[in-house]
Ligand binder design. Structure first.
Ligand code: NAP
Length: 677
């Protein structure tokens, strides 16, 4: 099979055979690829001008729906990728991480975006900021799509997840992608891209694929582009200093290797559930994907007194592990991706053996089940055990295969220091049932990690696993891990957009962003805005209700009906020396409840439900005899693309008879569209 690139709207093969890809277990050639003759400048331009323009014309929700549909189609076709996934050396369980894991990541990000971001082109970041005394000049931070392209340079070990976890947030952010998979497993990435293109849920230009040598692809990146790199720290060093990236100031995000640790709490000795969970996790990490996961536990940090017990338990658990043809059902450790990668791991193990004893496994001997040990890239799981915890190689040499080292510590301070000796990791885990241990380890190691994973007996069944990045949690880590920050729910999306501080009069900022800000023009409408359909509501529609007096009897009735007899509402003597109330005050919730009663449009209509409120602030105290006025202004509309309704946010302000603000909040409602209302 000669792989094709998908470039400028068509499938095309480069001339020659730059890259040859072999089945990891059999050594048989699976595919060849070449990028020779591709117009790299044209490809990036096509992404920016065709794909980017089409994506920017869509709203955030429209783009998220396209991602959802893409994910649903891939899920329906996931079995089509099984044969190619086996060829990468992955077992069926490994494939779940890569193929299903990638698809689910895209699906979760789509749904998170539709839940947490407005269906808009521009996204507000936080509340407006006052920049003048009279409110006529304000500031508002906003996010908008970059006008460039994301160039994905991916590692070989997750040919599907690695692409989808970047593609989904980029698409939702409105940024097209050009994917350059690692040569060893590009055939699987190419098959998934082909399916995505065939399914047709993405606009043309939103996704292109370059297989073969990256050539001068990076020579063409510009100031609006993002290079999203995943791979080794060594390659990242070369790429981030690429002249074009430096010259244009291109955003460069790196997800690199790291020497992740798992700490066994001093309390979690043999016989505790945490000990068993720890051993199970270490074994799962060494064996999954034949240890070729960037998040894999490399440093097994154990209290010195538990070293023997941990070594014995890991040895016992690994004794039954089958290494072999990934296609066989009982194979737990498939093949490494290539014999070159296997040899690189052997070399790394040789280096580690100068500082630690190899207690489990043999780098030069394995009898793979159902496969030829010479033709395929097989390695037996290996565990080393160090005596000198501080030998630098233990904290710097990544054996990117089924390898981990048991490292002893004498006390928790030393464990914390050892965790940091990795110089920045994607993830660290802690197995303890002692809260003080958890507090000390988090305080001491959080700064060295992108993610800290804590496990005790209570989460034995529910925990997601040390090595599994969650779509809603940040993936990335400081220092050696690359400093990147991917996923994390909407964070990963916003990370790919440009944040701009807009300054100006509220009316212009409102016009530019489609979200009403205090001080912008508002229209008191004849029809109550809450009686209007989603389409009929205009941003800035306003209703002013009041004044309504609140008496002492009202306050007492509210106290009796709710049971809220707090002294500041009910006891004049007790409140006499209060630092800022000058007597009994109305309940804040009374004001909210009365406000709801004042602005409600009671008859059945397009307004379907009240979803809650945001940013509630109580202002000046409200005393018996004061009068309240409510001003409700339509602030933002977010029509659902796939539902007969949408969300409407209302700026809500309660003022007293002197015009002072007593309470302000954002009211969230669900309103039917016209044809459904
Ligand atoms: P790698 O050798 O660093 O290669 C990564 C990618 O960089 C490949 O696509 C490679 O393609 C490309 N590349 C290398 N030189 C290039 C150049 N001059 N211009 C453009 N592209 C270039 O890493 P790998 O062996 O594929 O992956 C294993 C490593 O990745 C491990 O160290 C692992 O820890 C790390 N990893 C990290 C994460 C994470 O999320 N942090 C995830 C997975 C893997 P070519 O070979 O075609 O140049």
């Amino acid at each position: 099979m000669k792989l094709e690139s998908y470039a400028q709207g068509r499938w095309t093969t480069g001339s020659g055979e730059q890259v040859q890809m072999r089945d990891a277990a059999t050594g048989v050639v699976v595919a060849t690829a070449s990028s020779e003759g591709l117009d790299f400048g044209g490809i990036l331009d096509h992404a920016r001008t065709v794909g980017g323009a089409a994506l920017r014309a869509m709203t955030v929700h429209e783009r998220a729906v396209a991602v959802k549909e893409m994910a649903a189609d891939l899920m329906a076709h996931r079995e089509d990728f099984a044969d190619l996934s086996y060829a990468t050396g992955a077992t069926a369980a490994d494939r779940q991480y890569d193929v299903e894991g990638g698809i689910i990541t895209a699906r979760v990000l789509s749904s998170t975006a539709r839940q947490q971001l407005p269906n808009a082109h521009v996204i507000h970041d936080g509340p407006p900021v006052g920049l003048s005394r009279d409110g006529s000049f304000i500031g508002q931070h906003v996010y908008s799509p970059r006008r460039g392209v994301m160039v994905q340079i991916n590692a070989y070990n997750f040919p599907v997840w690695g692409m989808l976890e970047k593609l989904a947030p980029a698409l939702i952010a409105g940024v097209p992608s050009v994917v350059k998979p690692a040569p060893q497993t590009a055939y699987l990435t190419a098959a998934v891209v082909r399916r995505i293109i065939q399914a047709g849920h993405l606009p043309e230009g939103a996704l292109q694929l370059v297989v073969g040598d990256p050539g001068e692809l990076l020579d063409h990146v510009g100031s609006q582009d993002v290079v999203a790199f995943t791979g080794s720290a060594a390659t990242a060093r070369t790429l981030k200093t690429h002249p074009a990236i430096l010259a244009a100031g291109t955003q460069f995000s790196a997800e690199q290797d790291s020497l992740n640790c798992a700490i066994l709490g001093p309390d979690a000795g043999p016989g505790t559930p945490e000990f068993d969970l720890y051993v199970r996790e270490v074994v799962a990490e060494i064996t999954a994907k034949a240890g070729q996961r960037c998040t894999c536990i490399r440093r097994v940090l154990v209290p010195r007194q538990h070293g023997d017990a941990v070594a014995d338990a890991i040895g016992a658990a690994l004794a039954d592990v089958v290494v072999g043809d990934p296609r066989l059902e009982d194979t737990r450790v498939g093949a490494m991706v290539t014999t070159q990668q296997r040899d690189a791991v052997r070399e790394a193990v040789a280096t580690l053996r100068r500082h630690a004893e190899l207690i489990i496994g043999d780098p030069d001997h394995v009898e793979p089940r159902g496969a030829d040990a010479d033709a395929g890239a097989f390695l037996a799981p290996m565990v080393l055990r160090a005596d000198d915890a501080w030998a630098p190689a233990l904290h710097s040499v990544e054996a990117f295969g089924p390898v981990a080292t048991i490292i002893p510590f004498d006390d928790l301070d030393e464990a914390v220091a050892l965790a940091g000796a990795g110089d920045g990791s994607l993830v660290g885990s802690l197995f303890t049932n002692d809260r003080t241990v958890a507090a000390q380890v988090v305080a001491g190691t959080a700064a060295h990690h992108g993610r800290l994973h804590m496990v005790n007996r209570d989460v034995a069944r529910s925990q997601s696993g040390h090595g599994s990045p969650m779509p809603t949690m940040v993936h990335g880590g400081p220092g050696r891990a690359g400093g990147g920050e991917e996923l994390g729910g909407v964070r990963g999306i916003l990370h790919l957009m440009q944040r701009t501080a807009l300054q100006g009069p509220p009316s212009l900022i409102t016009a530019a962003t489609g979200t009403w800000l205090p001080g912008a023009d508002a229209t008191v409408t004849e029809v109550h805005p809450m009686a209007k359909t989603l389409e009929e509501i205009a941003i800035g529609d306003q209703v002013v209700i009041g004044p309504r007096e609140v008496t002492l009897a009202d306050i007492e009735a509210f106290a009796h009906s709710t049971g809220d007899h707090f002294y500041a509402h009910m006891d004049a003597d007790a409140v006499a020396d209060h630092p800022f109330f000058e007597g009994r005050v109305a309940h804040g919730y009374l004001l909210l409840s009365y406000a709801a009663g004042m602005f409600v449009h009671a008859p059945k209509g397009p307004l379907l439900a009240n979803q809650g409120l945001n940013d509630l602030h109580f202002g000046v105290p409200f005393y018996p005899g004061d009068t309240m006025t409510v001003t409700l202004t339509a602030k933002q509309k977010s029509p659902r693309t796939d539902q007969p309704y949408g969300e409407v946010r209302w700026d809500t302000r309660i003022t007293n008879q002197e015009g002072q603000e007593v309470a302000s909040y954002e009211l969230l409602t669900v309103v039917a569209k016209g044809d459904a209302g």
